[in-house]
Design a binder for this molecule. Structure first.
Ligand SMILES: [Ca+2]
Ligand SMILES: [Ca+2]
Length: 216
C-alpha cells in the first residue's frame, strides 16, 4: 500500500464508503467488491472510513480530484502477481504475495527456486507477519546468519533482527549453531511458545514460502 502524496494526482470514487478496521482490510474489501476496477482507496484512519477509488488521475486541477478530509488519504494498493499460483494472503495488518512450496528443499535450492519465480524466501521483519504462514508445521524462512555467525539477517535487505525479536522467535537454547554448521532458520507459525531453531542450510527438512514483491 503506497500513500499518494502528489497533490496533482487524485482518483474518482467508485461507490459509497464503508467502515473498515484497517487500511489492509479496506484494500481487500475494495478488491472483493470491485475486482480490478479498484485501483485506489481512500482511507480515514481516525473514523475507519474506507472509500473505493478508480485509477489515479493526474490533472492540473488534481486537488479537485483528491479525497476530501472525511475520506482521508489516498492510497494506491499494491497487488499480487498471481502467476505460478502465487496468492495474496492477509493476516491482521500484514499482507504478502506468496507461494507455499510442495516439498522441502535445502536453503540454496529454495532460494534459487524462489528467485526463478521473481521471489525471495518469506521474510517477517515484524513478528506478527509470521502469522501469514500456514499453521501446523515448521517452515524455513528467509533468515540466516551466514554472513556473520550469530547475527541473523533477512534475505531481502540484510536487516538484522534485534535481541527482543530473537527472544520472541527462537525457542529456549536456540539458536545454538550446533556442530558449528547451523545458519538457517525454521519456525512453526502461530505456535504459542517461541518455536524457532537454527539448522544446517543444506538439509532439505522443511517446506518454505516464496514471497513476491507486490506491484501496482
Ligand atoms: Ca550459525
Ligand atoms: Ca539449532
Amino acid at each position: 500500500m503506497v500513500k499518494v502524496t502528489d497533490s496533482t494526482v487524485g482518483s474518482e470514487r467508485l461507490g459509497p464508503s464503508w467502515t473498515d478496521s484497517t487500511l489492509v482490510t479496506c484494500s481487500v474489501n475494495c478488491f472483493q467488491k470491485y475486482s480490478l476496477r479498484c485501483q485506489t482507496i481512500m482511507y480515514n484512519s481516525s473514523i475507519k472510513l474506507c472509500t473505493p477509488g478508480s485509477f489515479l488521475k493526474t490533472s492540473s486541477v488534481g486537488a479537485l480530484l483528491a479525497p476530501n478530509t472525511t475520506e482521508g488519504d489516498l492510497y494506491a494498493p499494491k497487488t499480487c502477481d498471481n502467476s505460478n499460483n502465487f496468492n495474496y494472503v492477509t493476516s491482521g495488518g500484514s499482507s504478502a504475495c506468496m507461494l507455499v512450496s510442495d516439498g522441502a528443499m535445502g536453503y540454496d535450492d529454495a532460494v534459487n527456486f524462489c528467485s526463478s519465480l521473481g521471489a525471495h524466501l518469506f521474510v517477517a521483519h515484524t513478528f506478527e507477519r509470521l502469522a501469514l504462514l500456514p499453521s501446523g508445521e515448521g517452515f524455513m524462512i528467509g533468515l540466516t546468519d551466514r554472513a556473520s555467525e550469530g547475527t541473523f539477517a533477512w534475505d531481502d535487505n540484510g536487516e538484522t533482527i534485534s535481541t527482543a525479536y530473537s527472544d520472541l522467535l527462537f525457542k529456549t537454547g536456540e539458536p545454538n549453531n550446533a556442530h558449528g554448521v547451523e545458519d538457517c532458520v525454521t519456525v512453526v507459525p502461530n505456535s504459542i511458545l517461541p518455536s524457532g531453531n537454527d539448522f544446517p542450510c543444506h538439509m532439505a527438512l522443511f517446506r518454505f514460502v516464496c514471497e513476491r514483491p507486490m506491484i501496482y
